[in-house]
Design a protein. Structure first.
Lengths: 257, 488, 116
């Protein structure tokens, strides 16, 4: 009642008790509330102390593992022993030597999937309109220098593949391509999709290809068939490698038997 | 008769306070409940997509990355914050015995908050999320949220300053600390992540810290504040031990700010940060068990009420979840276990335990207590309340155990050196299906809750002076089973 | 119900105190952080940055050659933003050629079908 501006006039037909009762009924929920009391002083069971103590010990041990708690500790960034390095047990698994052609085809397949599959499709057939197939393609199975320069520079203008003229545009794939990658992807496409050249483009040949690419110049842009036919119809320089020689799959080095 | 008079004065003061805050508080609760339904739907969607990726795959806006982030952010900023605001405003007004004079401003700030959440979730679904965990709303919205927060929170502080004097209640400690800690945490995180040009690894550490701090220092204190109000109020008994309450509060404040960076253990960060975080998360057990003991013993001293009163039941369930959270916290943050579960589902399970198990259940308890008082009606249907309670409890237990256990197994599988990674990924399949079912149950429970709350909002509740209790016990009342029906 | 505790002045003061406490941490961060941050100069990291930047430059240069305008005989490489304009110009300049596709329903089509 003190919040309102005026006190109600008491007249004969207002019953204070009744209006109180109405108020109580209307706000029945708040009327029946208990008072909030916070004066409990029950003793705490010892089991709780024990549990808290155990938690404290565990937490403290974890914090202690963190080393010294100081600003100096904020200077090192390595948590030794957290990330697994060598497998538990201690033996380092030796990579089994495999024939070089298998290793290169496997690596090349990965690179093909990342870089080439988008246009030439995973079956190497191209899309029928813009991107020529790689299977049964004389450009793929022919001279390695021409193929390598197509890959490194990109291609522009008409090219005849499998009896048909294709007039798409291929972007250069040189960005990030190492000699080993180039050798691998060339070996892969020369031995897949129906092509069976059976030979390996070695890393040395890949380096030669990159040298030719740099010699031509990055700014010269995509290459055309005329230039390929005049200058690059030859094989890359490098020692011919026996496809069945065994190599370490990681380092690509020959393993002496 | 003077006792009767003081009772009448008390109840008229309570009524006037309730009436003054009824608009904003009811708005916060209803809009929060609506966002909760949206969040649960998105939770189901995320969960289903994790074992059935082609579900709704045509709809780019709902792909897993966006749905999961939208689910978490709507749950937090749409539901959890609004439930928290409603509780803060009402609880502080009641405990300071002061009607609120700025309800209009608070209501307007609430509308603005909802606008911010809507903009944020649309931004996320359109792909403009920031990618920082729990801060994915587009950067501009954090200014809106900060302004709304200030508009809502500062008046609770003013009420505290002009309160009627005397005792400062335990709930008020927790409410005040939450009111001030949140903008500190929020501002710090946003300044370091979005304003300063810091080292990216450290910004992700700060994001992990924000995740933990907002739970431990805002949501958990508000849940505890509501529990410290409802438990003694509804049971009519005093809080079990006042000293334990003091200890629980200060231990939470001591432990809370340190936790969080253990998520980045092993990253190129000073290892000290990770270990401090893990240690603090383990030590969270101490305030959890303290508060749990206090509240649950208070409830136990009048156990009958827990069976009858929906608000007490939900609150007790929430506090049991708090103790569980403390226990799981010890287990999940041991560095040897952390190695495995760092990148697994367990993190999600623990977050859901905190956000849904503890906070949301305590908020449900608060809502079931507050809404009859501000709408002057009683809840309509005992069955709705029981369905809501049972399905929520089943659902959250399922999600927490499923996620934490599944995550532990997934983590171990990920650590297996010579097994392919695919094994670890496929081992989560069964757990994800389990989670989807659990979220579905939670959706049903929330549909009941939303419907019930909407009916109350429309003032279609029962007009009676008997509360809606979960056990019929008014057979011997002179007013009969239904109580005295009001006609005014 | 002591009215002296609740004055407008006290409310006004409480508002500003509350606002200050809320914003204090943010203010403190903004004020103090320049004193506590430092640039990390790690020569090993710097080498890695330089190597990465060099690779990025190389790739950018290589990709830039694809975006220039280059003519080679009949076809040309046109920057993407001008592709439509260029093609449209070409189409406008070229004359329509006779194609051997038959439009269904046209007189030629009906003739052909009548003959069958």
């Amino acid at each position: 009642m003190s919040e309102e501006n005026s006190k109600p006039d008491l007249n004969e037909d207002s019953n204070v008790l009744e209006s109180h009762m109405d108020l109580i009924d209307a706000s029945a929920a708040s009327s029946r509330e208990n008072h909030l009391r916070e004066n409990g002083m029950e003793p705490v069971s010892l089991w709780v102390f024990l549990a808290c103590g155990i938690a404290l010990i565990i937490g403290g041990a974890v914090i202690g593992k963190g080393g010294s708690i100081s600003f100096g500790a904020l200077n090192d960034y390595v948590l030794n022993g957290y990330i697994q390095g060598d497998p538990p047990g201690g033996e380092v698994v030796e990579m089994q030597p495999k024939p070089i052609i298998d290793v290169f085809v496997k690596n090349g397949a990965k690179i093909y999937q990342a870089k080439c599959q988008g246009c030439h499709q995973s079956n190497g057939l191209g899309d029928g309109a813009n991107y020529p197939p790689l299977g049964n393609s004389e450009w793929v199975t022919g001279e390695t220098a021409a193929l390598s320069q197509i890959i490194m520079n990109g291609l522009m203008g008409p090219i005849e593949v499998d009896g048909r003229v294709w007039n798409g545009a291929m972007p250069s794939q040189a960005a990030g391509m190492t000699a080993a990658d180039l050798a691998a992807v060339m070996t892969y496409i020369r031995n897949s999709f129906g092509n069976e050249t059976g030979d390996v483009v070695s890393v040395e040949m890949g380096e030669n290809a990159i040298a030719k690419y740099k010699e031509r110049g990055v700014a010269a842009g995509p290459i055309q068939v005329a230039e390929l036919e005049s200058k690059y119809k030859l094989n890359l320089e490098g020692e011919v490698v026996d496809p069945q020689v065994k190599v370490n799959p990681e380092t690509l080095e020959k393993i002496e038997e | 008769m003077s006792n009767q008079l003081s009772n009448n004065l008390d109840s008229s003061l309570r009524t006037s306070i309730d009436r003054s805050v009824s608009n904003p508080v009811m708005f916060f609760f209803t809009s929060g409940a609506a966002w909760l339904a949206v969040a649960v739907l998105l939770g189901i969607l995320t969960s289903v997509k994790s074992h059935w990726p082609s579900f709704l795959e045509g709809c780019g806006a709902l792909n897993t990355g966006r749905a999961y982030i939208a689910h978490l952010n709507v749950l937090i900023y749409g539901w959890a914050f609004q439930a928290a605001f409603g509780t803060i405003v009402w609880l502080m007004a009641r405990l300071c015995r002061k009607p609120s004079e700025k309800s209009g401003v608070i209501l307007m700030a609430g509308h603005l908050w909802n606008l911010g959440v809507s903009i944020g979730i649309i931004g996320i679904l359109l792909g403009k999320g920031t990618g920082v965990p729990w801060m994915e709303f587009p950067v501009a919205t954090w200014v809106i949220f900060l302004i709304c927060y200030v508009l809502i929170a500062v008046w609770s502080f003013i009420q505290f300053r002009v309160r009627e004097g005397g005792h400062v209640y335990v709930s008020q400690w927790y409410l005040l600390s939450a009111i001030f800690l949140f903008p500190w945490i929020y501002g710090t995180a946003n300044i370091f992540i979005f304003v300063f040009d810091g080292h990216p690894v450290m910004t992700s550490a700060i994001a992990a810290w924000y995740k933990s701090a907002v739970v431990l220092l805002f949501f958990i204190p508000i849940a505890i504040a509501s529990a410290y109000y409802i438990a003694p109020k509804v049971t009519g008994r005093p809080v079990y031990s006042y000293n334990l309450a003091i200890f629980g509060f200060w231990s939470l404040m001591a432990v809370g700010p340190w936790a969080g960076m253990q998520k980045l253990m092993g990253a190129p960060l000073p290892p000290l940060l990770g270990y401090l975080g893990a240690g603090a998360a383990i030590l969270f057990f101490i305030p959890a068990i303290t508060v749990g003991l206090n509240i649950l013993m208070t409830v136990r001293s009048n156990g009958e009420r827990a069976k009858q009163s929906p608000s007490l039941r939900f609150t007790a369930a929430g506090i049991i979840a708090l103790v569980t959270m403390g226990i799981f916290g010890i287990f999940l943050n041991l560095p040897s276990v952390l190695q495995g579960v760092q990148f697994s589902m367990s993190g999600y399970g623990y977050e859901m335990l905190a956000l849904y198990g503890v906070f949301t259940m305590c908020m449900f308890g608060a809502i079931y207590f507050i809404v009859p008082r501000i709408t002057m009606r009683e809840w309509l249907s005992i069955r709705f309340i029981k369905m809501h309670f049972n399905l929520s409890v089943y659902g959250i237990i399922a999600i927490v155990i499923g996620s934490i256990l599944g995550g532990y197994l997934q983590g171990n599988a990920q650590q297996a050196w010579d097994e392919p990674w695919m094994n670890a990924a496929t081992s989560t399949y069964a757990w994800n299906v389990f989670n989807s079912f659990a979220w579905f149950f939670i959706l049903i429970s929330n549909l009941f809750f939303c419907l019930h709350l909407l009916l109350m909002w429309m003032r279609l509740g029962r007009r009676s002076n008997h509360p809606t209790l979960l056990i019929e016990k008014h057979g011997d009342s002179p007013h009969g089973l239904e109580g005295k029906i009001q006609t005014t | 119900m002591d009215p002296k505790r609740d004055t407008t002045l006290k409310r006004f003061g409480a508002f500003w105190i509350g606002l200050f406490i809320i914003l204090s941490f943010g203010l403190a961060t903004l004020l103090l952080s320049p004193f506590f941050t430092r640039e990390i100069e790690d020569p090993a990291l710097q080498k890695e940055y330089d190597a990465r930047l060099a690779v990025k430059e190389e790739i950018d240069a290589a990709q830039a050659t694809q975006l220039e305008y280059k003519e080679n005989g009949e076809s040309a490489q046109v920057p993407p933003k001008q592709a439509y304009k260029f093609t449209a110009k070409q189409l406008l300049e070229s004359k329509p050629t006779k194609s051997d596709q038959v439009v269904p329903g046209s007189p030629t089509d009906l003739e052909l079908n009548a003959k069958k």
